[in-house]
Design a protein around this ligand. Structure first.
Ligand code: ATP
Length: 709
């Protein structure tokens, strides 16, 4: 298996969802059904819990190592499924629920027997009828016994499966999790380069003056105490501003101490996020002194893949422990999108003495690949850790260390950060006795949206459905719930009635926005058309189905056709594009300087041709529509695709409350895309389900971090 993870745009979509629910609803001919699958694997596949790939991998490896225990082969298939759904390991508690549910669903039919795909036809019948029905429930009821069978299996002896902390891993993810924990521990023990406290305090006063920037000042001080730090915060809490200040002050210190410029790189898991980070850092620098601006001027940015030297033809990155990155400081933004594998590769490529700053919002949707690394690191490291440095001032060595925790009940009401020591007194960083400092700094005050959106976002983040519904029913028009009747996916009449109600609710905003776009685009007003894109966005949880993006894009096109008497749909005007069509790039196009997630709109240029005005890093540029290979029509988009972007008003279409995609992280991500107003369209049951249901990603990283201290 290649050690190089695929870039996000090439990765399979995974949304993490309730473990016991089938992954799909199998219908004959579905490509996810494994032809000839027999026994327990076949049953779980037929029930939608396992996909063909899970079955094939497990049965092939089972045969290769001659694994005699069908439960262990099924465990391997479930571990492959777990990784496919975003976990780094299999949590037997959740897997037990699948087995017990599958048993229940299969009761009355045959049980579980010999495992395999496309066997000779005689292996299964007797075994299947031979009372293994109920073995799923038995395994679920005796997790210890189940784990012992896995630990003592041939698949474990051959290091295909690993058991640690009561979790079952595929070998690769077990190794990566240990490596990440070991590298982080080692990095925590490396003393950070010393700083000149006087120079730093003067710099902080210059870059972050006044009371409103106290959180940022504290975060920079905390970051300077260690080689590895994590900066967390919700949307608009000033993460980018902190990065800009941190980098310029580090550069100033470095110039003084080393007499050469600091080598800094800004990175992110996606090209769009990397480019936007650089742009935002330069915007933040615009308000600084000329000398500080100059320090940030030529700053580099790259995707993490590019930074590490990804090459399609190689199985490993060019940068690793033997050939580490040359940079003194590596900042990774949108770290919530880092997978376990990419984090492992990143950690081995950053020099042990170089500073690594991970920046992100752990409450947002995680990586499309396995792992929720940022959330795990915050949970596993957010307590005082020895730094390998002493932070005493000489006169007061006994004082508590500075632990940054900027806290407020509402993300919209600025409060002074809570500091456990006098934050005006800067530690002199001299290697001496270890003193604990948390490597995690949290920014809490949002400077982007108003109190109502802040309250709703906080209620969702805290998993409080009553508070979320209370926020939605407040007088403040900035948040609203357009309530639909509760529906079940199985009831076509209910769904039809709810869809009609949703159409009535959504049509005015969606059509009004589309008509505005079209008017600007038809008049060749490129700047106004691109600005209009940021006015409204319809977000869906699903891509397909009645509540999915494609059906709402088609609806909007139909409404536009009715309203303008001009048919608008793909294929129109010969190019497949129509004037005012909102676009979203779906794959990086380095030739055109476009990144996955960049928005744009089709406009008519001075000579009457249709061109695509793309809002990419570096500003708006137009391209002939025929040049754009990987774009989709964006009258609506998925919440996943909306990560990292904002709109003045956001409408969120909630699917029925049984949808496996409806999770707290999804709703939080959707709501926090709004700058001024967010409208949820769905049932109260759907809001409750989303707030309560967490994306389940099994991982042992937090435990591994704690154990390996
Ligand atoms: N402490 C502050 N006082 C006043 N304004 C602030 C403060 N922090 C940030 N801002 C302003 O709020 C806006 C958002 O800040 P910034 O881009 O740094 O936040 P962010 O957390 O990086 O946002 P996101 O990641 O959601 O894009 C900017 O206009 C910035 O100038």
């Amino acid at each position: 298996m290649s050690d190089v993870p695929q870039p996000p745009e090439a990765a399979a979509s995974s949304d993490g969802s309730p473990a016991a629910a089938p992954s799909f609803d199998p219908v004959p001919g579905d490509r996810r059904l494994a032809l000839g699958a027999t026994g327990w694997l076949g049953r779980l596949n037929a029930g939608g819990w396992l996909e063909a790939a899970d079955v094939h991998v497990a049965s092939r490896l089972g045969v290769l190592v001659d694994e005699p225990d069908p439960l262990v082969v099924v465990t391997l298939a479930l571990a492959v499924r777990a990784v496919r759904e975003g976990s780094t390991c299999l949590d037997p508690t959740e897997a037990g629920a699948i087995l017990a549910t599958a048993d229940g669903a299969l009761d009355g039919s045959e049980g579980v027997g010999g495992e395999g795909v496309g066997g000779d036809g005689d292996s299964s019948d007797e075994g299947e009828r031979e009372g293994v029905g109920g073995e799923g429930r038995a395994a679920a009821a005796d997790l210890g016994g189940w784990l012992q069978r896995v630990t003592g299996s041939r698949l474990a002896a051959e290091s295909v499966l690993r058991v640690e902390h009561g979790l079952v891993y595929l070998d690769r993810y077990w190794r990566e999790e240990r490596q990440v924990a070991d590298d982080l521990r080692s990095r925590m023990a490396v003393p950070a380069a010393s700083v000149d406290p006087g120079l730093l305090e003067a710099g902080l006063d210059r870059v972050f003056p006044g009371d409103s920037w106290a959180e940022q000042r504290s975060a920079v001080r905390a970051s300077l105490a260690r080689t590895t730090t994590i900066l967390t915060g919700g949307p608009g809490t000033g993460k980018t501003s902190t990065v800009a200040g941190l980098v310029t002050l580090l550069a100033e210190q470095h110039e003084r101490a080393a007499g050469r410029p600091l080598r800094v790189v800004l990175a992110a898991p996606t090209g769009r996020a990397a480019a936007r980070l650089r742009e935002s850092v330069l915007e933040a620098a615009a308000g600084m002194d000329a000398s500080d601006r100059a320090r940030l001027e030529g700053i580099e940015s790259a995707t993490v893949h590019r930074l590490l030297g990804w090459n399609r033809s190689r199985t490993r990155f060019a940068r690793d422990r033997r050939n580490p990155l040359p940079h003194d400081v590596v900042v990774v933004d949108e770290a919530s999108m880092l997978s376990l594998t990419l984090t492992a590769r990143l950690l081995e490529a950053v020099r042990p003495t170089a500073r690594l700053v991970l920046v992100g919002d752990p409450d947002q949707l995680a990586s499309v690949e396995a792992g929720a690394v940022l959330a795990d690191l915050v949970a596993g490291l957010d307590e005082p850790q020895p730094t390998g440095i002493d932070e005493g001032h000489g006169e007061d060595d006994a004082r508590e260390p500075t632990i940054v925790e900027a806290a407020t009940d509402s993300p919209t009401e600025p409060t002074e950060p809570v500091l456990t020591s006098d934050d005006r007194r800067l530690p002199m960083l001299v290697p001496r006795s270890p003193v604990p400092v948390s490597p995690v700094s949290a920014l809490r005050t949002s400077h982007r949206f108003g109190p109502a959106i802040g309250r709703l976002a906080a209620a969702i983040r805290d998993g409080d459905p009553d508070a979320a519904l209370a926020a939605l029913s407040s007088e403040d028009d900035a948040v609203r719930l357009v309530e639909l009747p509760a529906t079940s996916a199985d009831d076509a009449d209910q769904t039809r009635a709810a869809l009609l109600a949703a159409e009535t609710a959504v049509r005015p905003a969606l059509l009004g926005h589309a008509l505005q776009l079209r008017a600007h685009a038809a008049a060749g007003e490129t700047t106004a058309a691109v600005a209009q894109l940021g006015e409204h966005r319809l977000l869906c949880a699903h891509r397909d189905g009645p509540w999915g993006v494609s059906s709402w894009v088609r609806r909007t096109q139909r409404w536009l056709t009715e309203a303008t008497a001009d048919p608008v749909r793909s294929g129109h005007h010969g190019s497949g594009r129509y004037v005012g069509e909102p676009l979203l790039v779906t794959r990086n196009d380095l030739g055109l300087g476009l990144f996955n997630g960049d928005p744009g709109v089709v406009v008519r240029d001075g000579s009457g041709r249709l061109v695509a005005a793309m809002d990419a890093a570096g500003g708006v540029r137009t391209h002939p529509v025929a040049r754009l290979a990987d774009v989709e029509t964006a009258h609506a988009s998925t919440v996943h695709k909306s990560q990292g972007s904002q709109a003045r008003t956001v409408t969120v279409l909630l699917p029925d409350d049984g949808s496996r995609l409806l999770t707290r992280e999804l709703l939080y991500t959707a709501v926090t895309r709004a700058q001024e107003q967010v409208v949820l369209v769905g049932s109260e049951a759907a809001v409750r389900a989303a707030v309560i249901r967490r994306t389940r990603r099994a991982s042992g990283l937090r435990r591994t971090l704690t154990d390996r201290r």
